[in-house]
Design a protein around this ligand. Structure first.
Ligand code: COA
Length: 193
């Protein structure tokens, strides 16, 4: 499967950095670092991202670029069109071509929340994914992560159920429950008729 390097939407552009630079890593790290206290509650990689080098090698090159080259993960930085500022990240991961399925994950910097940017980003990315061979997309979130659940719900994902105590969480130091939301291509087609 392949997706375009850039996905255009009304207020935002999703851009995959094909050849990530250290300068980009600096910019992204500054955003992560500024929103660290919010992000770390829900995203385990935040506490392991403690330098520009971690951002560059650990995320941009070893994860984002590698998965793109292998065709099993498509990570995008979300840029606000008006300012060209990076607002956060949305990615299509765990792409299973045989099963025509994948997962969408996301985060925004603190000052980019509350404007509907993530709903816009999810809708832009899912449209590309459904048009390029996927049949099913899931979103997973901790049952206590109300803002993330709200994005899935507002984007029309169906709550399939809860995986009970499926995941050890270092931040909360306990086993957590995970919501599984999904949307099928037929549902997306109905929405976009
Ligand atoms: C999860 C997260 C991305 C949600 O961000 P968010 O800003 O709340 O989500 P959205 O961008 O979709 O914005 C939603 C709200 O923006 C407001 N909004 C303002 N202008 C809007 C517009 N033009 N269109 C839509 N919503 C708009 C609305 O109040 C909307 O809520 P509503 O749908 O009830 O009306 C963010 O809280 C985050 O990054 N959290 C930490 C990391 C995290 O938990 N990631 C997910 C791990 S599973």
């Amino acid at each position: 499967m392949q997706l375009p390097e850039q996905i255009n939407s009304e207020r935002i552009i999703l851009k995959h950095p094909l050849k990530p630079t250290f300068k980009l890593a600096e910019e992204l790290y500054a955003i992560v670092d500024k929103s660290r206290n919010t992000l770390r509650e829900w995203l385990p990689w935040v506490d392991k991202t403690n330098s520009v080098e971690d951002e560059f090698t650990g995320y941009l090159v070893s994860l984002n670029q590698k998965h793109w080259d292998e065709g099993n993960g498509f990570g995008y930085l979300i840029y606000q069109k008006e300012t060209n500022q990076i607002l956060g990240v949305v990615d299509l991961c765990h792409v299973e071509e045989k099963h025509q399925s994948a997962e969408i994950g996301y985060w925004l910097s603190d000052d980019a929340t509350g404007h509907g940017y993530m709903q816009e980003a999810v809708r832009a990315l899912e449209s590309e994914a459904f048009q390029n061979g996927l049949n099913r997309i899931i979103i997973r979130n901790d049952t206590l992560n109300a803002r993330s659940a709200h994005v899935a719900e507002r984007c029309g994902y169906v709550l399939e159920g809860v995986m009970r105590q499926d995941c050890w969480d270092d931040y909360h130091q306990c086993l957590r429950n995970t919501n599984i939301w999904s949307k099928l291509k037929s549902e997306w087609q109905k929405e976009n008729k």
